[in-house]
Write a protein that binds this ligand. Structure first.
Ligand SMILES: Nc1nc2c(c(=O)[nH]1)N[C@H]1C(S)=C(S)[C@@H](COP(=O)(O)OP(=O)(O)OC[C@H]3O[C@@H](n4cnc5c(=O)[nH]c(N)nc54)[C@H](O)[C@@H]3O)O[C@H]1N2
Ligand SMILES: Nc1nc2c(c(=O)[nH]1)N[C@H]1C(S)=C(S)[C@@H](COP(=O)(O)OP(=O)(O)OC[C@H]3O[C@@H](n4cnc5c(=O)[nH]c(N)nc54)[C@H](O)[C@@H]3O)O[C@H]1N2
Ligand code: SF4
Ligand SMILES: [Mo]
Length: 711
């Protein structure tokens, strides 16, 4: 049922930033760095020695303004996780992972890679990277795959996260930067539409920038964010595209179209309107369940010269039509004249710590550093020159993360996989199938600092350093390049990822000089490789960052960066933003007799992603110890279940065991399961691997299930 909430009282803002129990400030000079988790990259001050590190918010950093979420306060615990990896592990004849030396492990990996390559060609070796890697690591991993391995098969977990946003933003604006404006711009917003994002749990300090705005939250669940909203639109999962078309329809029919902006700054409106014109509000109500009256209220709140923003998150994006859905929200924003104007805008909320840098520095199947296309001859020549090789040494485009995993064991599929910064046994859709595919590999190598579920399935595990033990940079959700600083020396036996890549490259016959392992040196090369590219980092350097400069890309050499993009022109050659004509379609799977409910998945405050890190923090594990299924009490009762009982959530692919958590604010046709838990509680055992045809992003947010009592 649709519902409308009164605006939250500004006098009584909810406290989203669980203060936890911060320890007393240390007399030592703190190390200023950034949180290891999400894309807000809260400024963090670290003090203390190994075993007693204290993380506190950095009041000087504007994105978090002196606050951290529960995960940020407790992040240091992972540095001293009792099962921290401190020696390479190699699977022995008895099938056990046994500790050994670095030379032994690296020689073994390089030897096996060489023989697989000789027997089956370079594409028999694949690489999976991650959005947690620093810019330096992501850059070096892409170079290592293309040159040392010569494989086209590299992709990363951002394919599960940001790929639909990237496709839609690139098509609309000519370049994809999550937020093309600083987060602090949101402080002055009057209305913010949040489509499929729950920042009160996924980026709590961001709520401090939103607490003066009237929020319109589009989410099938009444989340903490929805509870703070002026208007909560509660569509059925997978129907956002129809909803966005309906909002565009109303913007036009209510006379709220910004005609001057549309004619001066955009192209393609007529074709887009031709599609949207049949999405009258009553039709949208039938498809989404959101009332025509609420749709009208939402458009009026956004339009009429208000300082409005439209922001999307994974709820709208992780669908088999995610890129069209983001495009539909971008169309709405363009019709209202929001993008590229001060105090207004459109953006997508990047997720992982380096979700932005990770998606533009060359670990994606179709990309070279700087958002250059791997099929563009000029881009290939430019990057090859920086790398000191002929352009034809660079392989062509590879396949997307899910397709790469799915192809293992098939004809011409990968036989070896190197994983840096991802835990697909828990995070990939249809995870039962992916675990089977991984078991079919001749060689699985995982670099990690904890024994993740994927590491435990590996043939060789390489122990690496973590955040507070390294230098480097990350790029946060507003495109700002930030410095990570090292507080601690790494524990003995552990190497930084770049040193691992270099050691492997040398064993594969590459010159050592091609693989610098000092972060500053890698960054200097990355600057050269991105010079003149859409994501241009050439004007950024460690000294400027260390001096406290706020540098947002594009930042050409000698410039001061671009905190606000598109103020004069969009990044398409004609300077105009483009409307994208899109049409609503059903999700790949819809509830039916055997599986009558929608299942959707996502996050809760206490855990980060697959929990590989946060389930090792006692305080967070205590806050959220086990998987649960959030369900309307009537729906639970129909399955013979009540609060606290153990249930099975069953789809055509697999089933998950989770504790019933009754919540009368849920839609009666929808259940929600967080994806942070391993084993039998893995939400991805039931999710669908239906992919968006343009972004190749999986439909994590919609599938059909039934609910049963656990056996
Ligand atoms: N605590 C915590 N914070 C995190 C992370 C974490 O794991 N834990 N991960 C980080 C990362 S990588 C990411 S990508 C971000 C993600 O941040 P968000 O996008 O905020 O997180 P999700 O919980 O995946 O999805 C948001 C909401 O989408 C809703 N939703 C489900 N289906 C639909 C649908 O069909 N339509 C709409 N409109 N909404 C739907 C869910 O109910 C959920 O409340 O969070 C980052 N921050
Ligand atoms: N059902 C469902 N599934 C989802 C989602 C959903 O909403 N629902 N969301 C998707 C999204 S948005 C995302 S981003 C993915 C996340 O999925 P994953 O990336 O697989 O999840 P993480 O737990 O972040 O795993 C990262 C691993 O890398 C390790 N690591 C961290 N930093 C480094 C480093 O610097 N070097 C190395 N070598 N290792 C490192 C961590 O210890 C951890 O084991 O999950 C996706 N899966
Ligand atoms: S997890 Fe995200 S919101 Fe929480 S402290 Fe870290 S960067 Fe900030
Ligand atoms: Mo993500």
């Amino acid at each position: 049922m649709p519902e409308t909430e009164p605006p939250s009282s500004p006098a009584d803002p909810p406290d989203f930033s669980a203060p936890s129990t911060p320890s007393a400030p240390s007399p030592e000079r703190p190390t200023a760095t950034h949180c290891p988790y999400c894309a807000l990259q809260c400024g963090t001050l670290l003090t203390g020695a190994r075993g007693a590190v204290v993380a506190q918010p950095d009041p000087a950093f504007p994105a978090n303004r002196g606050s951290l979420c529960h995960k940020g306060w407790t992040a240091a615990a992972v540095l001293g996780a009792p099962d921290r990896l401190t020696a390479p592990l190699v699977r022995d004849a008895a099938g056990r992972l046994a500790p050994g030396g670095w030379d032994e492990a690296l020689d073994l990996v390089a030897g096996r890679l060489r023989s697989l390559r000789a027997a089956h060609g370079p594409d028999s070796v694949a690489v999976l990277g991650g959005g947690a890697l620093t810019n330096e690591k992501a850059y070096l991993l892409g170079k290592f795959a293309r040159l040392a391995l010569g494989t086209s098969r590299i992709d990363y977990n951002g394919r599960f996260c940001m790929a639909s946003a990237a496709v839609a933003q690139t098509a609309a604006f000519g370049v994809d930067r999550g937020l093309p404006f600083p987060v602090t711009d949101l402080d002055d917003a009057e209305t913010v539409l949040l489509a499929g994002t729950n920042p009160a749990e996924t980026m709590p300090p961001l709520m401090r920038h939103l607490d003066r705005a009237d929020l319109i939250v589009v989410d099938p669940r009444r989340t903490r964010t929805a509870a703070a909203a002026a208007l909560h639109l509660r569509p059925a999962p997978g129907t956002d595209l129809a909803l966005a078309l309906g909002l565009l329809h109303l913007a036009v029919t209510e006379g709220l179209l910004d005609k001057a902006y549309v004619s001066e700054r955009t192209s393609g409106f007529d074709e887009t309107w031709a599609r949207a014109s049949s999405w009258w509000p009553e039709r949208v109500e039938t498809v989404t369940g959101v009332s025509a009256a609420d749709l009208r209220t939402a458009v009026r709140m956004l339009a009429g010269g208000r300082r409005s923003y439209v922001l999307t998150g994974r709820g709208a994006e992780q669908q088999s039509k995610g890129s069209d859905t983001v495009a539909a929200f971008a169309n709405l924003a363009l019709a209202l004249g929001l993008p590229g104007r001060p105090g207004r805008g459109f953006g997508t909320l990047t997720g992982q710590g380096n979700g932005q840098g990770g998606r533009e520095l060359g670990q994606k199947a179709d990309q070279l550093p700087g958002y250059r296309s791997i099929t563009d001859p000029a881009a290939r020549a430019r990057v090859a020159a920086v790398w000191g090789v002929e352009p034809d040494r660079l392989p062509g485009p590879g396949i997307s993360a899910y397709e790469l995993l799915d192809a293992i064991g098939g004809p011409g599929g990968p036989r070896a996989l190197l994983v840096f910064g991802c835990n697909p046994v828990v995070s990939a859709p249809d995870a039962g199938r992916i675990a089977e595919r991984l078991a079919a590999l001749d060689l699985l190598v995982v670099a990690d600092f904890v024994p993740s579920e994927t590491a435990l399935a590996a043939d060789v595990v390489l122990p690496v350093t973590q955040w507070a033990e390294e230098e480097g940079t990350v790029t946060n959700l507003e495109g700002r390049v930030l410095r990570r600083h090292r507080l601690l020396d790494p524990p003995p036996g552990v190497l930084p990822d770049p040193a691992v890549l270099r050691a492997l490259a040398v064993r594969l016959g590459e010159p050592a000089a091609r693989y610098p392992d000092a972060p500053r040196e890698i960054f200097e090369e990355l600057r050269a490789a991105t010079r003149g590219a859409p994501a241009d980092y050439s004007g950024v350097d460690y000294d400027r960052l260390d001096a406290g400069e706020a540098l947002h890309w594009p930042c050409p050499e000698g410039g001061d960066g671009t905190p606000r993009m598109f103020l004069d022109r969009f990044a398409h050659p004609d300077g105009r933003a483009r409307f994208t004509p899109v049409e609503h379609r059903d999700s790949a799977e819809r509830p039916g007799p055997a599986f009558p409910l929608y299942a959707t998945t996502g996050r809760i405050l206490a855990h980060y992603q697959t929990g590989a890190q946060t389930r090792r923090v006692p305080e967070l594990l205590e806050a959220a110890p086990a998987p649960f299924v959030q369900v309307h009490p009537d729906t639970a009762a129909r399955a013979g279940l009540t609060d606290g009982q153990s249930a099975r959530v069953v789809s055509a692919r697999g089933e998950v065991v989770a504790e019933v958590r009754c919540d009368a604010s849920m839609r009666t046709d929808t259940v929600f399961v967080p994806f942070h838990f391993p084993g039998a509680g893995r939400a991805n055992l039931f999710t669908s691997a239906a992919l968006d045809p343009r972004s190749r992003m999986p439909e994590f947010k919609v599938c059909a299930v039934r609910l049963e009592a656990a056996r």
